[in-house]
Design a protein around this ligand. Structure first.
Ligand code: AMP
Ligand code: GLY
Length: 432
């Protein structure tokens, strides 16, 4: 088969790497890809949101299957466009992708199908939203309705912060149309975990649980980022809890969407909070998580292409459940100094030759190759994944590799996995 993977980050590198292992794959293209991906796939210079360009490429090159990484093209309707042209593609259609691209849609859907989530209200007028914030308990969570690259969620500690957030979203229109409506919801306290599930709209294959680290600095401090590291599986999710998640969250979501006549095919990401009051949905994403995918896929034994093909052909039921390697994976994200704020790129990266040894992986997120040199090319630069029998070993392997990689301004959190231990212990591990 000829495969096209759409996207350019660490998630797409992990997808390309995993798909390449399938015996059925003849050639992989990636649009637009990155330096690391170019070692495994032919990168083509078409942006992920150029849907017509991608569809034309797929037709011209007789691509048998396209796998979409990021949310933007899914929200824009890449799957609908490919299907119209009789091209096979893995991902939800535009209407189903609303589960991520509209928080109002997602919250109202959860309410309708009794899927546990924070109580909320929707506003489409500034004055009303601000008025409501006069009488809420703080902190409160304010969310722009549409896609905002992870920046559209503000946790306001007091009324001033709430007013500023609503003004920013609704009056200053910092996120454009995405801010025409806001969701204001109660703040949930607890442990955040990620569950990704592959589904053809009926059968659900949950992948192993994982935990992301969204804040930029150690101890979960500082601004939100795209994700600074992840590990898999997380001991926070026991088998019993997974059953509850399946019964009260995964199944009602997939069945609810089918009931709405928008069957979901693809991977659905559940951002969950384990609270004292049960497990609640914080968010849905209509795609693989990043960096979670870089920790989850290295543990998957089953051929990913078989699973994806079964989804596209609506035959997931006929496949055996995915098989997993024993042990743990931990991914440490290395960034450019200043990320998620301003940063500069173009610095040479040294030490990459040691990658892919001893069962550890370096996934490239923002790199490019200039002759024989590797250069930084993004905010998130690399995802370094270590594997071992347990989490401590996996973290050790990842950090040992991280320390061999050098570039100007290389920045990373030393406490990935800290919620599974105590912070000091995790930082100690990184320093060892
Ligand atoms: P979202 O885009 O809705 O996932 O929000 C981004 C991040 O904001 C989540 O990953 C959580 O860390 C945080 N968050 C969102 N909603 C809530 C909530 N109701 N309570 C606490 N934290 C939240
Ligand atoms: N790691 C969070 C996300 O992919 O949205």
């Amino acid at each position: 088969m000829k495969i096209l993977v759409v996207g350019s980050g660490g998630r797409e590198h992990a997808l390309v790497w995993k798909l390449r292992q399938s015996k059925k794959v003849e050639k992989i293209f990636c649009a637009p890809g990155n330096g690391g991906i170019s070692l495994l796939a032919k990168c083509i210079n078409i942006k992920a949101d150029n849907i017509k360009g991608l569809a034309e490429f797929a037709t011209r090159n007789k691509i048998n299957l396209t796998v979409v990484g990021p949310e933007q093209p899914l929200a824009m309707g890449i799957v609908d466009e490919f299907q119209k042209r009789k091209l096979k593609i893995f991902g939800p259609e535009k209407q189903a992708a609303q589960i991520e691209s509209s928080k109002v849609f997602a919250k109202q859907f959860m309410q309708k199908y009794h899927i546990p989530s924070a109580p909320f209200k929707v506003f489409n007028a500034f004055a009303e939203a601000v008025g409501f914030c006069k009488s809420v308990a703080y902190p409160v969570v304010i969310k722009a309705d549409g896609l905002a690259s992870g920046k559209g969620v503000i946790i306001a500690e007091n009324q001033d912060e709430a007013n500023a957030a609503i003004e920013n979203i609704m009056l200053k229109q910092s996120f454009g149309k995405a801010g025409e409506q806001v969701v204001i919801e109660s703040f949930l306290k607890g442990q955040e975990i990620s569950i990704m599930a592959i589904t053809d709209g009926k059968t659900i294959f949950p992948l192993l649980s994982s935990q992301d680290h969204k804040q930029a600095y150690e101890g979960d401090k500082g601004p939100n980022t795209g994700g600074m590291g992840a590990y898999c599986p997380t001991m926070l999710v026991t088998d019993e809890m997974m059953e509850q998640i399946d019964d009260f969250i995964l199944k009602p979501t997939i069945n609810g969407l089918r009931n709405e006549n928008i069957p979901y095919r693809g991977v659905l990401y559940f951002g969950l909070m384990i609270t004292n009051n049960g497990i609640k949905v914080l968010e849905y994403n209509c795609r693989f998580g990043d960096p979670e995918t870089q920790a989850v896929l290295p543990l998957l034994k089953t051929d990913l292409l078989d699973i994806i093909t079964a989804v596209v052909d609506k035959k997931l039921q006929s496949l055996p459940k995915p098989e997993w390697r024993k042990g743990c994976a931990a991914c440490v994200v290395m960034t450019s100094k200043g990320y998620p704020g301003k940063y500069t790129t173009g610095y040479p990266i040294y030490g990459l030759k040691k990658s892919w040894s001893n069962g550890n992986y370096i996934f490239h997120a923002g790199t490019r190759k200039d002759n024989n040199n590797w250069l930084t090319a993004g905010g998130r630069v690399l995802g370094v994944t270590g594997i071992d029998a347990d989490l401590k070993g996996a973290l050790n392997n990842a950090y040992n590799l991280v320390k061999k990689i050098k570039y100007e301004g290389a920045t990373y959190r030393r406490d990935i996995g800290f919620r599974a231990f105590k912070t000091e212990e995790a930082v100690g591990l990184a320093k060892k």
